[in-house]
Write a protein that binds this ligand. Structure first.
Ligand code: FAD
Length: 382
């Protein structure tokens, strides 16, 4: 296990943390209340080179290790989980299909702007009737001369409707494979393409700064040049990108939990009841100690999964374990943190309320925790 950051990654982490504490912290609470994606700070992260962390320099990115990526994500999420959610969706599922499976022409045209920070990436898998059961998607791609025509709908797609969204990489049914099972392809659909429209920004319990929408495809023509990899290999591409996405959700969870712990500890050290700081009550101390211990356990699982990917080892089981553990820890820690704040923590204006509301989706997005358990059980041979 090697969790060591390179010198360059330590510098990037410092740069990202400083930007988050100065710039993101200044706009995030208001953006959350207004339910607005603050693309000005995403652009700011892009100017620092931080929108292409996992993309090699050859394609305009930084080429950090997965451990380096996780460290920065943890730092961003500790300041604001929903801006960090937009950053992580862009950096993993929004960019990786192009990096891992795209042609050089596609990387030049679409990945470079994503990595250089002028555009935001999105990943369109989920549909109204197909969430956990990804093979049941209905969006259809029909072969026509020179390309494909897409028809269908996607649900809850992040980063597709902001003023810096480039479009979406979308999964659609292309027909049947030789064994009779459905075949799927990945298609790049640019914003402004005829027949491609986005619904209004959806209103969630949390992640209010994240732009999440339904997408509609009505006879959308996609040229052959916009098909990512082999037309029949789309599902494997999407599932591969999701494995990295799970490490990313785990890191987001660890960061959120750390941020919540810090807020709760600081509050406990200044709030007085019965003539004493509440941090002097053992009941509060035990809560904080348990929260810190659980966070550290989740953190080790997350960095371990990241280090396996960096070492070129299989990491499917560990990524699922990290996501399962860390997201559960995040919801528990955020809930305990609100408890420590008492009534003040229940009010939406309170910073801890934001963390509490942002936590729940971590147990749902990029594969629910029930699905993570199924993945782990399969890897155990069940
Ligand atoms: C804020 C937000 C952002 C999102 N962003 C994106 C995005 O950018 N791109 C994208 O493609 N998707 C995105 N999603 C969708 C997300 O990945 C799905 O919501 C998630 O995979 C679950 O699918 P579902 O909501 O349809 O739930 P369902 O699959 O309908 O599940 C409902 C419940 O049944 C359980 N369940 C289902 N099957 C089983 C089973 N076999 N065994 C046991 N329990 C089971 C689930 O665990 C869950 O508890 C986003 C969702 C949210 C909320």
């Amino acid at each position: 296990m090697d969790f060591t950051l390179t010198e360059a990654e330590r510098e990037l982490l410092g740069l990202g943390r400083e930007y988050a504490e100065r710039e993101i912290a200044a706009v995030a609470p208001q953006a959350w209340q207004e339910e607005r994606c603050p693309t000005e700070v995403l652009r700011g992260l892009g100017k620092l080179g931080l929108l292409g962390l996992l993309v090699p320099e050859e394609w305009g990115g930084i080429g950090a290790t997965t451990v380096g990526f996780v460290a920065l994500l943890e730092a961003l999420a500790a300041v604001d989980p929903s801006v960090a959610a937009a950053w992580q969706a862009h950096s993993t599922i929004g960019s990786l299909p192009l990096l891992l499976f795209g042609s050089d022409e596609q990387r030049e045209r679409w990945l470079r702007p994503l990595a250089q920070g002028s555009a935001l990436g999105a990943f369109g898998l989920t549909e109204p009737s197909a969430g956990s059961d990804v093979r049941s998607i209905k969006t259809r791609a029909t072969r026509v001369p020179g390309g494909w025509v897409l028809n269908g709908q996607k649900a809850f797609i992040s980063n597709a409707g902001t003023d810096m969204s480039f479009g979406v990489t979308v999964l659609a049914r292309t027909g049947e494979a030789s064994d009779g099972r459905p075949a799927f392809g990945s298609f790049i659909v640019e914003r402004g393409t005829r027949g491609y429209t986005t619904g209004p920004k959806l209103r969630g319990i949390g992640w209010k700064a994240l732009d999440t929408r339904d997408l509609f495809f009505d006879d959308v023509f996609v040229p052959d040049a916009s098909v990512v990899g082999e037309p029949g290999a789309g599902l494997q591409q999407f599932l591969g990108a999701l494995e990295v996405g799970r490490i990313s959700i785990a890191a987001l969870s660890v960061g959120l939990a750390r941020g919540a712990l810090r807020l709760a500890r600081d509050y406990a050290r200044q709030r007085e009841q019965f003539g004493a700081k509440i941090s002097s009550f053992q009941a509060i101390q035990f809560k904080l100690a348990d929260m810190a211990t659980e966070i550290e356990a989740a953190r080790w699982l997350t960095y371990y999964a990241a280090s396996l990917r960096d070492a070129g080892e299989p990491f499917r089981k560990e990524a699922a374990m990290a996501k399962l553990k860390a997201s559960s820890v995040a919801t528990q820690v955020a809930s305990e943190a609100v408890q420590i704040f008492g009534g003040a923590g229940y009010m939406l204006e309170s910073p801890i309320a934001r963390f509490y509301c942002d936590a729940k989706v971590l147990e749902i997005g990029e594969g629910t925790n029930e699905i993570q358990r199924l993945v782990i059980a399969r890897e155990l041979g069940c």
